[in-house]
Design a protein around this ligand. Structure first.
Ligand SMILES: [Zn+2]
Ligand SMILES: [Zn+2]
Length: 201
């Protein structure tokens, strides 16, 4: 059977998260640690918060050979930027995810019985962590990030950022049915009102 080498891999040479595992030599039990920074060319995250492009992502990983493939485990972390879901102001933070990801050897039983969408593959003595990182970061980041846990958001009437507004910011609201009455009462209570006001009647 002839397999086209590119037909079954999503590994791209340009992926910033490719890890060469040739050192492990397919000896089960062989292990190496990987502590380094990789710059991501793409944004990783959700609509409102993500690791921005061209940002250094910290990899602190253990890479070990097991009988079926290469097991990568450890922590990936990086800075995030985004927008508060309530007040829409910019925010910054950090995200840290735990990875445990098996990459199957090309001719292992796992390779024969799983789809490469489910389990990644060791390709040309390398594994590509990009999809695993994208998935883990996406699951960890909040869908509705907040600048502060108790962010008061925006004033529903004028749209001002309430955290920056004067304390107790609010708008006098009068039921429209009473507005005319209040207007009349206001006139009666101002005897010094200009006489032209009386002239209208
Ligand atoms: Zn906010
Ligand atoms: Zn307001």
């Amino acid at each position: 059977m002839i397999r086209h080498p590119d037909a079954r891999t999503k590994t791209t040479p340009s992926s910033p998260f490719v890890v060469n595992v040739a050192r492990l030599g397919r000896r089960p039990g062989a292990m190496m640690s990987l502590a380094e920074q990789r710059s991501t060319p793409v944004r990783i995250g959700l609509d409102l918060v993500a690791i921005p492009p061209d940002t250094a992502v910290d990899l602190d990983l253990r890479v070990e050979s097991v009988s079926e493939g290469v097991l990568v485990s450890g922590v990936v972390s990086g800075p995030t930027t985004g927008e508060c879901a309530r007040c829409l102001q910019p925010l910054t933070g950090d995200v840290e995810v735990e990875l445990t990801e098996l990459f199957a050897y090309p001719d292992s039983a796992t390779d024969a019985t799983t789809d490469d969408d489910e389990i990644g593959r060791v390709v040309d003595d390398a594994v590509d962590l990009e999809q695993a990182i994208v998935d883990a970061v996406g699951l960890t980041l909040p869908l509705s990030p907040l600048c502060e846990p108790d962010c008061p958001g925006l004033c529903p009437d004028c749209g001002v950022v309430l955290a920056d507004a004067e304390p107790g910011h609010h708008h006098e609201k009068i039921d429209p049915r009473w507005a005319k009455l209040a207007e009349m009462a206001g006139r009666q209570r101002s005897p010094g009102a200009p006489s032209s006001d009386d002239g209208e009647r």
